[in-house]
Design a protein around this ligand. Structure first.
Ligand code: ZN
Length: 180
């Protein structure tokens, strides 16, 4: 089993910027632990990051300006900064797979299992899970390393991931214990 830890949209705009979310802030320590364990145990670390084009991307009409390519808002939060061995895959839609390098990268790395984390459980994580499912990946979601704007959205997101994509819902501590 070859695993990739995918961290979705843990960017300044989503955590402290224009779409700031306290629930997003709350998962940072767990994500830091998980990323560290991944690097130390042969699990690939891949950041799936919004990188929008101003005045063009459709999402911006719905959500307002956020994560505009080249701005500080589109950078990974400092607490979870990428290291040279990690991968960063920019995206312009909810799904980390849609017209990005992600599928090519995962196939070259011979990954068959993705661990989906970050923001938001009912939106970008969910759309990324949809494509991961369609491409045939096993999906694991540590429920304390993803969240949404509200408890309701979070609960809906996790339920959907489990029921529709067969995601294994676990937690950060259990996952780290398995990797060691
Ligand atoms: Zn976006």
């Amino acid at each position: 089993m070859k695993i990739a830890l995918i961290i979705v949209d843990m960017l300044n705009d989503f955590v402290t910027g224009s779409l700031a979310c306290d629930r997003g802030k709350a998962i940072v320590p767990n994500l830091a632990k998980l990323i560290k364990a991944a690097r130390g145990n042969g699990v690939y670390v891949i950041y799936s990051n919004d990188s929008h084009i101003k005045d063009i991307d459709k999402e911006l009409i719905l959500w307002g300006e956020h994560a505009i390519r080249g701005t500080a808002g589109a950078e990974i939060i400092p607490e979870l900064a990428a290291e040279s061995s990690d991968f960063i895959v920019p995206k312009r839609r909810y799904s980390g797979f849609f017209q990005t390098d992600l599928q090519l990268l995962l196939s070259e790395l011979k990954v068959n299992t993705v661990v989906l984390t970050g923001l938001h459980a009912h939106m970008c994580v969910r759309h990324t899970a949809a494509d991961a499912f369609n491409f045939g990946y096993e999906i694991i979601v540590p429920k304390d390393a993803t969240d949404s704007f509200t408890e309701e959205d979070y609960v809906i997101g996790i339920k959907y991931l489990r029921e529709v994509y067969g995601a294994e819902i676990t937690d950060v501590e259990s996952l780290i214990a398995k990797w060691k």
